[in-house]
Design a protein around this ligand. Structure first.
Ligand code: KIV
Ligand code: NA
Length: 266
């Protein structure tokens, strides 16, 4: 169980940047945990880990399976699990049923859900009943159909007031933090200055209270990534080269060598 708490995250606003990353399983969570304040089991796992076409295909059972895996190696970071599409939007009661399953069956600390003003009542319902909620506004991938693609939000200033209203709504409803995804810098700065809870940016500039990236993107494991991703590693290239060398060694019978081979007692 994790030592970072929800109040500790909230107190970081305006002080020290919050370090967040995704992880989908025990192996990757073990790598991330010593350095992260928050580990998110994001529904992006549908695309990154399972090759699905969008996050809409993630199910509650799938998120719980991955949440349990991550929890086996999270010692320090606060673990948040995404509520998937279709598991919370009907009404607050449905959201509570789904969130309580996630908390009980994984042992994680909080859930994340997408939506601003439309989720105000649901966020209040959950937080008043012991479920810490991280909100997610701006480019919300579960709404990719209505948004018409993965498009940066707020390029047109006319759209700012609606996104600002979303930020105010989730903060007032009791969310402990909010992910700002795919929004222009001055809007991210305004929101961060005007709400009392930490903003965690992804494609939302350095003017947020923290940052999150999809781990496989920043490690350089995924083939393509948006402009906002910095490749801190080149693990995809390293993995391809290792596999190529293995195939070559097997083909040449140079693997396994003597030191990799068991022999009977003399
Ligand atoms: O699913 C996910 O990985 C996310 C983050 C990118 C914020 O929601
Ligand atoms: Na997500």
């Amino acid at each position: 169980s994790q030592s970072v708490t929800v109040p500790q995250i909230m107190r970081r606003k305006g002080l020290q940047p919050i370090v967040a990353l995704t992880a989908y399983n025990a192996l990757m969570a073990g790598l991330v945990d010593p350095y992260a304040d928050i580990i998110l089991v994001g529904d992006s796992l549908a695309m990154v880990e399972h090759g699905m076409a969008s996050t809409l295909e993630a199910t509650l059972d799938l998120m719980i399976l991955h949440g349990r895996s991550v929890m086996r190696s999270a010692r320090q970071a606060l673990v948040v699990v995404d509520l998937p599409f279709g598991s919370y939007e009907e009404n607050p009661e449905q959201a509570f049923r789904s969130a309580s399953r996630v908390l009980r069956e994984t042992g994680c600390t909080a859930v994340k859900l997408e939506g601003g003003v439309a989720m105000r009542e649901t966020i209040a319902f959950l937080t008043q009943r012991g479920v810490p909620v991280m909100a997610h506004i701006g480019l919300t991938p579960q709404s990719v159909m209505t948004l018409g693609g993965f498009k940066t939000q707020g390029r047109d200033r006319a759209a700012w007031s609606a996104i600002e209203a979303d930020a105010v709504a989730v903060a007032e409803a009791g969310a402990f933090a909010v992910v700002l995804e795919g929004i222009v810098e001055p809007l991210a700065a305004r929101i961060t200055e005007n709400i009392a809870i930490p903003t965690i940016g992804i494609g939302a500039s350095a003017r947020c209270d923290g940052q999150i990236l999809v781990l496989e993107d920043m490690l350089g494991l995924t083939d393509r990534a948006p402009k906002f991703v910095r490749r801190f590693g080149a693990l995809g290239d390293a993995a391809r080269e290792a596999v190529r060398q293995y195939a070559e060694a097997v083909g040449a019978r140079s693997f396994p060598a003597d030191q990799e081979t068991y022999l009977p007692k003399k």
